[in-house]
Design a protein around this ligand. Structure first.
Ligand SMILES: C[S@@+](CC[C@H](N)C(=O)[O-])C[C@H]1O[C@@H](n2cnc3c(N)ncnc32)[C@H](O)[C@@H]1O
Length: 207
């Protein structure tokens, strides 16, 4: 096949995964998801993949699919699954009190549950017993300034050099999350921005 058809492979992969995950509720777009998949599959460094804020598993699927493509690590999905302060008002939380059952059903239905290690806890609770290096951290929990700051401060000590960190919702709608992200980049020279897709921004730890 001529070289100019190479991009077809990417397009086919993208649409295959997008259609596989299309029924899973969430706010992450397909291009944002595919960027997480690429980071999980090809991202640098040796260590774990950690997701903070899983809801019903949409982003977890993209991360797990990427890691599975290259036979890399399972995804640690940290969430109390109670919606936290932001999502308490939604019907599923008011009626069932949790999204954990939907999370398990969704991951199972796309054949990825074996590639995920759920941790039913807040990021603060989970950080107390965590002791492994991390190569990819996705932060999509409580979007207040204090929560994003504490998320990052507690979990960044486990990041290996070259690790990627993806922050969701730091482009405007959530003023607190955006403010912390901008402050971090301005004040800490160990991190530089490496990608921006939709409302997700990726930084890399340089040293
Ligand atoms: C925006 S949703 C996550 C969406 C998910 N990443 C997706 O792609 O569908 C935010 C999630 O963060 C969780 N959350 C809220 N506070 C948290 C905390 N302190 N630690 C961990 N997760 C938290 C909520 O329970 C909720 O499921």
């Amino acid at each position: 096949m001529p070289d100019y058809f190479d991009k077809l492979t990417v397009a086919v992969e993208f649409f295959d995964f997008a259609s596989r995950f299309s029924r899973i509720e969430g706010w992450l777009s397909e291009t944002e998801g595919y960027t997480l998949l690429l980071a999980a599959a090809h991202g640098p460094g040796k260590g774990e993949i950690v997701e903070i804020g899983s809801w019903m598993g949409r982003s977890t699927c993209w991360l797990a699919a990427g890691s599975q493509l290259k036979c890399r690590e399972k995804v640690h999905a940290i969430d109390p699954f109670d919606g936290g302060p932001m999502l308490k008002h939604l019907a599923v939380i008011r009626e069932q009190g949790t999204t954990y059952h939907s999370f398990v059903d969704n991951l199972t239905s796309v054949g990825l549950f074996d590639y995920v290690q759920p941790i039913v806890a807040t990021f603060q609770q989970a950080a107390q017993t965590w002791d492994k290096p991390i190569r990819l951290l996705f932060i999509d929990g409580d979007h207040s300034y204090e929560a994003v700051k504490t998320d990052f401060e507690q979990w960044s000590r486990f990041l290996v050099v070259d690790a990627l960190i993806a922050f969701d919702d730091v482009t405007g709608q959530y003023e607190g999350a955006k403010r912390y992200y901008d402050e971090l980049l301005q004040s800490d020279e160990r991190y530089r921005e490496v990608a921006h897709v939709g409302k997700v921004k990726f930084i890399q730890r340089l040293k």
